[in-house]
Design a protein around this ligand. Structure first.
Ligand SMILES: Nc1ncnc2c1ncn2[C@@H]1O[C@H](COP(=O)(O)OP(=O)(O)O)[C@@H](O)[C@H]1O
Ligand SMILES: [Mg+2]
Length: 287
């Protein structure tokens, strides 16, 4: 990196640098995590897929809510963004019953306080998308929480605002994806607050890491759905009997290649931009 920058943190996937008091540089690595454990094997270009897709969505959702994106760098994996105070909740929207929501529904008949009709099956489409916030666990798994617990963390008016905005963003992205043969089953958004107290969409948006993308043509409620991207690496990890505690297993070459191809396919289907064109000039996703 040419300029003097201060490393301020690393997440499971991103490295964070402070450019100055107002700006961060977010660099998406090629690390992949399954079951919240970072694996020792990288997926080449995965960070570029995440960065390009997020920028694509930021460029298309500005009318719903402002976002943190300031500039996309030539390497395709670094974004300059507004430094925000992040809200302490993960803002999850679900249009389908899957993952932890399915587990919660089976045991309690409800998800994050949303009581759902009886006899729903796994992966079933919900009558209406629901906002299902979770805590941001610093270690381990995020925990689903209900409205009261989330209000405790962010306050009532902010809660109502993020719920409304997150649902609107989900509807916009789900519609876009559906028209391209992809079901956006659920997604996790992160918001921050700027110096003027304004709500700002941050982190990544509608990427394979933060969302469940299902090929629409294979959709069949009543079972787990094959997913576009991470499922492939997840299935491999489960097939070898890994107990889902660190360290994670190395991925063999064909699983790496297959996972990379799926990330790239998700990018190309959603953006209708050739991934090679993105590599040549990342700003294509902003036009
Ligand atoms: N604009 C921003 N200002 C401050 N923090 C941010 C901003 N955008 C994202 N972050 C934070 O940067 C981190 C991104 O790194 P990531 O590898 O995705 O972390 P995680 O392991 O928590 O998913 C997250 O903690 C996220 O909340
Ligand atoms: Mg993250």
């Amino acid at each position: 990196m040419p300029e003097a920058v201060l490393h301020v943190g690393s997440g499971k996937v991103r490295e964070l640098y402070a450019l100055d008091a107002e700006r961060l540089l977010l660099v998406a690595s090629d690390r992949i995590s399954t079951f919240d454990v970072v694996l020792p094997t990288d997926i080449p270009d995965k960070g570029r897929v995440l960065t390009g897709l997020s920028a694509f969505w930021f460029a298309r959702t500005g009318s719903v809510v402002p976002n943190h994106l300031l500039a996309l760098r030539d390497d395709g994996r670094s974004t300059e963004c507004k430094r925000l105070t992040m809200l302490p909740i993960e803002c999850v929207v679900r249009g389908y019953l899957s993952g932890s929501a399915w587990k919660d529904y089976v045991t309690t008949g409800a998800v994050c306080g949303h009581r759902l009709p009886p006899n729903l099956v796994e992966s079933e489409r919900l009558a209406e998308p629901i906002f299902t916030p979770a805590t941001k666990a610093t270690a381990g798994h995020d925990e689903n929480i209900d409205r009261a617990a989330a209000v405790e963390l962010v306050g009532e008016s902010r809660f109502d605002e993020v719920e409304r905005v997150a649902l609107e963003l989900y509807e916009l992205a789900a519609e876009h994806a559906q028209a391209r043969g992809i079901i956006l089953a659920d997604t996790k958004l992160e918001f921050g607050v700027d110096g003027d107290g304004r709500l700002v969409l941050a982190d990544e948006a509608f990427t394979p890491d933060s969302s469940r993308f299902w090929p629409a043509q294979d959709y069949e409620p009543g079972r787990p759905q094959p997913s576009f991207d991470k499922q492939y690496a997840r299935d491999y990890c489960e097939s070898i009997g890994w107990d889902k505690t660190p360290p994670g297993p190395e991925l063999p070459e064909e699983i790496v290649a297959g996972t990379r191809a799926r990330y790239v396919e998700a990018f190309e289907r959603l953006t209708e931009i050739a991934f090679d064109d993105y590599l040549a000039d990342p700003e294509v996703v902003l036009r």
